[in-house]
Write a protein that binds this ligand. Structure first.
Ligand SMILES: Nc1ncnc2c1ncn2[C@@H]1O[C@H](COP(=O)(O)OP(=O)(O)OP(=O)(O)O)[C@@H](O)[C@H]1O
Length: 219
């Protein structure tokens, strides 16, 4: 089966007043088009940086990124933005960052679906474990419920992949487990997930774990 991502020799350097920081160095990585892949490693190991490269937010300083068979390195800013909109859903660690605060729960699902030209399926609220919340303001949901809704919004866009940066790090363990069930549910619906995380429960749930240390893949 073709890989979703083929990453070869990727490096990311940040220029800082103190000099160049090599956040990611010489990374080779294949990400399958199914299941949960976790980028694991200690703080500062380059997980978020690599995820931003996979999300076509940042361009690597070196190397190539192939998404669904197409090298995305030479694409224009506009084309990368279109690919991001059509193919990639990102979920960040702070639940409110993933939602539109002035819209209702249903409004968030609708906005996500419409942004990708899809039909809205409010039935997903049942699956997310938040039935009956359609007209609620998102701030009335707990952090864990907001994060599950964020993944529901990601699914509403029918992306090729969901990228999640530390999706459980701001949640208590019970809420985090419910979010992990949603991640598993996404993969059962055919949407692969790539998550950057230290969460051992999430690492246990992964189909594939890529361990990073000081910007390099170590296993
Ligand atoms: N915008 C930036 N400018 C300069 N250095 C940066 C920038 N972003 C990240 N870095 C540095 O790059 C390295 C990797 O950071 P990154 O955030 O990717 O690691 P991480 O594994 O996701 O860490 P954490 O788990 O703490 O989020 C670190 O040394 C970090 O300080």
């Amino acid at each position: 089966m073709a890989e979703l991502y083929e990453v070869r020799g990727v490096g990311v350097d940040y220029r800082t007043p103190a000099g160049v920081v090599s956040a990611v160095r010489g990374v080779d990585l294949d990400v399958p088009a199914s299941g949960i892949t976790v980028l694991a490693g200690p703080s500062g190991s380059g997980k978020s940086t690599l995820l931003r490269v996979l999300g076509l937010i940042d361009r690597p300083t070196a190397g190539t990124v192939v998404l669904d068979g197409a090298d995305v390195g030479g694409l224009s800013h506009k084309r990368r933005r279109a690919l991001r909109r059509d193919r990639i859903a990102m979920v960040f660690q702070a639940p409110p960052d993933n939602l539109i605060g002035h819209l209702s729960v249903g409004g968030n699902l609708r906005a996500a679906a419409e942004s990708a030209g899809r039909e809205t399926d409010l039935g997903v609220l049942e699956w997310l474990g938040i039935p009956g919340t359609r007209s609620w303001r998102v701030e009335a949901l707990s952090g864990g419920q907001q994060q599950r809704l964020a993944f529901g919004c990601a699914l509403a866009r029918s992306p090729s992949v969901v990228l999640a940066d530390e999706p459980t790090s701001q949640l208590d363990s019970a809420s985090a487990l419910l979010v992990l069930d949603v991640l598993t549910g996404l993969t059962e619906r055919g949407v692969p997930v790539v998550a950057a995380s230290h969460d051992s429960e999430l690492v246990d749930r992964a189909d594939r774990v890529v361990r990073l240390r000081e910007g390099e893949v170590v296993g």
